[in-house]
Ligand binder design. Structure first.
Ligand SMILES: Cc1ncc(COP(=O)(O)O)c(C=O)c1O
Length: 380
């Protein structure tokens, strides 16, 4: 059997990883500012994370949600404290798409409505409703096509108001990333998020904050949406939550009440996943990683803004987009193959930085030096 070829991939086989570094099969070392797509939050093979998982593995790895799993409650409490959402409720699942799928479903169960507002360049995942709310026709199969999702321009308050005025009583939920990831690192305006809150309150719709990529402390706040100073009704998270162990969460405001069997999962919230997620939160808290992410991110953004030939630098904390022009389209590849630095990308010509939250300034400097030399190289 061969593999189903769904992605173009880099010609690198990683066999070892530690902190912000990975090594390939030939022993070549790479600096990792991509974190396997924003997943590595506290660093590869972090000792506290490894210890927590190993200890749990010796006890019990999995049992279904038909029994009490105290680790889930421990995780919920730690999440409540670190995010400031103590009074919210936690539903655990396995991936970002699944978290959004459940959030959209739950909103619809809650208010009995069908329509979802999503935004231009949004990415919410590959499952049926999540992909219908994703603004890329290539990902949406005919079976996922629906009239229930309305796309509006991102950060356009007037368009949102007009849409609610016209369809207000049919809108079940509004789903929005605090910082669009796949869309190219576009930060949601604070006033835009406030407007979503205001209109959702007015029309009894559910505000869903997709924090799958921008959450878990990456922006400098636990949820990047919280820069706006208003709460969402539901936050979804995944990626950095497990530092590589698949785990996701739906964080639900107290006024949304659970009803048996509306949501469910076999693997979600298993013992190992909880152990991994708890280790991540413990490390973020004990090492003050949200503040470190902000400080290192501010430093990188400031340095980037001084480099000629960069069209725009966007982002917050350690979620940074570097907009280049077409003539620099090769730079991401050169960073990897010439300078041994992994970065992410978004089309067209955006280099995306999604490193571990404990990336050091010295490590950031290695990347900055490589980028400076690449951008200067084209000039001569
Ligand atoms: C904002 C956002 N939501 C949802 C998802 C889907 O997450 P997953 O790939 O874990 O299903 C992603 C993945 O990139 C994402 O960036």
């Amino acid at each position: 059997m061969k593999l189903f070829d769904v992605y173009p991939i880099n010609d690198v086989t990683i066999v070892k990883a530690k902190g912000s570094y990975v090594w390939d099969i030939n022993g070549e070392q790479y600096l990792d500012l991509y974190g396997g797509h924003a997943v590595i939050s506290i660093g590869h093979t972090h000792p506290h994370w490894v210890k927590r998982i190993e200890e749990q593995l010796e006890k019990i790895a999995f049992y279904s949600n038909s029994v009490r799993i105290p680790l889930q409650q421990q995780l919920a409490e730690k999440l409540g404290k670190i995010s400031g959402k103590d009074d919210y409720q936690l539903f655990l699942c396995n991936s970002g798409a699944e978290a959004n799928e459940n959030a959209l479903k739950l909103a619809s169960f809650h208010n009995g409505r069908k329509k979802v507002i999503a935004f231009s360049k949004a990415f919410h995942g590959r499952t049926s409703l999540a992909v219908s709310a994703t603004d890329n026709k290539n990902y949406v199969a005919p079976v996922n096509e629906t009239d229930n999702v309305i796309f509006l321009p991102f950060n356009d308050e007037q368009a949102l108001e007009d849409c609610f005025e016209e369809n207000g009583n049919e809108i079940s939920s509004v789903i929005v990333e605090g910082i669009q990831g796949v869309g190219g690192i576009n930060v949601a305006d604070e006033d835009f998020l406030k407007k979503i809150r205001e209109l959702c309150d007015k029309y009894k719709a559910v505000y869903i904050a997709d924090s799958v990529q921008c959450g878990c402390g990456r922006s400098g706040k636990f949820f990047s949406h919280d820069f706006a100073g208003v709460n969402a009704d539901i936050y979804t998270m995944a990626k950095g939550m497990g530092n590589g162990f698949p785990v996701a969460g739906v964080i639900i405001a107290p006024h949304i009440k659970p009803k048996h069997f509306q949501l469910g999962t076999t693997f979600g919230g298993n013992h190992l996943a909880c152990a991994a997620a708890i280790a991540v939160l413990e490390e973020i808290k004990s090492k003050d990683l949200m503040n470190q992410a902000k400080a290192t991110g501010d430093y990188i953004i400031d340095q980037l803004r001084q480099i000629p030939n960069i069209l725009e630098v966007r982002g917050r904390g350690l979620m940074i987009g570097i907009q280049l022009s077409e003539e620099f389209a090769h730079v991401k590849k050169n960073l990897l193959y010439k300078h041994q630095v992994f970065t992410g990308e978004a089309k067209p010509n955006v280099i995306r930085l999604l490193p571990a939250l404990n990336l050091t300034i010295a490590e950031a400097d290695i990347f900055l030096e490589a980028l400076r030399s690449e951008l200067a190289a084209v000039l001569v």
